[in-house]
Design a protein around this ligand. Structure first.
Ligand SMILES: C[S@@+](CC[C@H](N)C(=O)[O-])C[C@H]1O[C@@H](n2cnc3c(N)ncnc32)[C@H](O)[C@@H]1O
Length: 377
């Protein structure tokens, strides 16, 4: 990471941040640089950052409120993230990363897409070869449209040569929709039927797989806190997408969704007040430290074989839906191997274990709510 500073003839201070602010000390360097120039009119540009830490977010929020700040970002992901927290930036769209297009055809045949996914796996290490082909093709086409590309062959070549372009496609592959206490009736069922089992263990270990921006593991932490069990709980929360993991670690959420969050919270049957778990920071809220410190967020992909083990509960909702039955089965087998005897699995509303041979590893605990129990060996 590098920071360039210069003052122009109008005494505007231009700060350009090159690279990601990855570590605590890089964030410190940025904050110290800003502290030194903050009385001036500031133009800050983030060239490469997709995500910023919560101290930087707070600094930008305060600068925008109290000083004259213009913010420029080159990554659409960062633009949306800041916007959701009430921080307004100018998105400088780079021109299409594709040049010299000659091909006319738009469509990609499934066989071509499969070969392309194989190439991506070899070049970048992300394995999408066992994702539902229709859905992945739609996402490729959406990315091609955004990049104004018509030829699949050229697109494929460019993705394999240009890491920046792959980053765009990767974000198209990632559907991160989530909310606090999503499908609250499921949380209610977990509270009434699963938590009584969990409470009998000296320590509780939970894995939230495909956790997106963190609302789901934080909801679990809130629920367990209200039930007096958080102190003896450790939650592992993982996702394939490193940017959502960084967002989750920040624990900053827009106030715009507050009504829906509170409605879900109430319907989940958890007693207490949703807002007791947050500090209001302006147009956004920050999750309390006592909840944050009980969750270990890290990047992890369910397409590999690596198991994280000895969990009492695994929650993996609205993730398997994007996988072929073969990959679903592989993930379910991994979950079974990662669970303690008598461990529980919670899947999403539209998911199940019937068409992927999941009954080899699990039995129904409450079919309607997609709660399953590991089969005894
Ligand atoms: C629709 S979100 C679901 C979030 C949350 N579980 C919920 O139900 O609200 C799906 C998440 O799964 C993640 N995902 C997709 N493929 C994955 C994989 N192979 N391994 C881990 N996470 C994956 C995506 O990045 C995304 O954040």
């Amino acid at each position: 990471m590098k920071i360039n500073l210069y003052n122009d003839s109008r005494d505007i201070c231009h700060v350009t941040v090159i690279g990601e602010l990855e570590s605590f000390s890089e964030e410190n360097t940025f904050l110290e640089s800003i502290e030194a120039v903050k009385s001036k009119t500031l133009h800050i540009t983030f060239l490469d950052a997709n995500i910023l830490g919560n101290r930087t977010v707070e600094c930008l929020y305060q600068l925008q409120k109290n000083y004259t700040l213009r913010l420029f970002v080159l990554k659409a992901y960062l633009f949306s993230y800041l916007y959701s927290l009430g921080i307004y930036s100018n998105f400088v769209a780079s021109k299409s990363l594709m040049e010299n297009q000659t091909e006319k055809s738009c469509n990609a045949e499934p066989e071509e897409v499969k070969l392309f996914l194989q190439d991506i796996k070899e070049r970048y290490g992300y394995d999408y070869t066992l994702y539902q082909i229709e859905s992945i093709t739609r996402r490729i086409q959406a990315c091609m449209l955004k990049e104004n590309v018509r030829g699949f062959k050229q697109f494929r070549q460019a993705i394999l040569q240009n890491e920046q372009l792959f980053e765009q496609l990767f974000l198209y592959f990632s559907v991160n929709t989530t909310e606090f206490f999503r499908n609250p009736e499921v949380f209610n069922e977990i509270k009434n039927k699963i938590v009584p089992y969990l409470s009998t263990y000296p320590n509780i270990k939970i894995w939230c797989a495909g956790c997106s921006t963190g609302e789901e593991p934080y909801s679990l932490a809130i629920l367990l806190n209200e039930m007096g069990l958080l102190k003896k709980t450790q939650i592992y929360a993982t996702d394939i997408n490193p940017y959502v993991i960084e967002e989750a670690k920040n624990g900053l959420y827009s106030l715009k969704n507050l009504e829906k969050n509170i409605e879900n919270y109430r319907s989940s049957g958890v007693k207490g007040s949703f807002m007791d778990n947050f500090t209001v920071k302006g147009d956004y809220i920050e999750i309390n430290e006592e909840l944050k410190e009980k969750i270990l967020f890290f990047q992890h992909s369910l397409d590999g074989n690596g198991i994280l083990n000895e969990f009492h509960l695994i929650m993996c909702r609205n993730v398997l839906i994007y996988f072929t039955p073969l990959l679903q089965r592989k993930a379910l087998e991994n979950f079974a191997n990662s669970l303690e005897r008598n461990g529980f699995l919670v899947l999403g509303k539209s998911e199940g274990i019937l068409h992927n041979n999941g009954y080899d590893f699990f039995c129904d605990f409450n079919k309607a709510y997609k709660l399953y129990k590991k089969i005894e060996e």
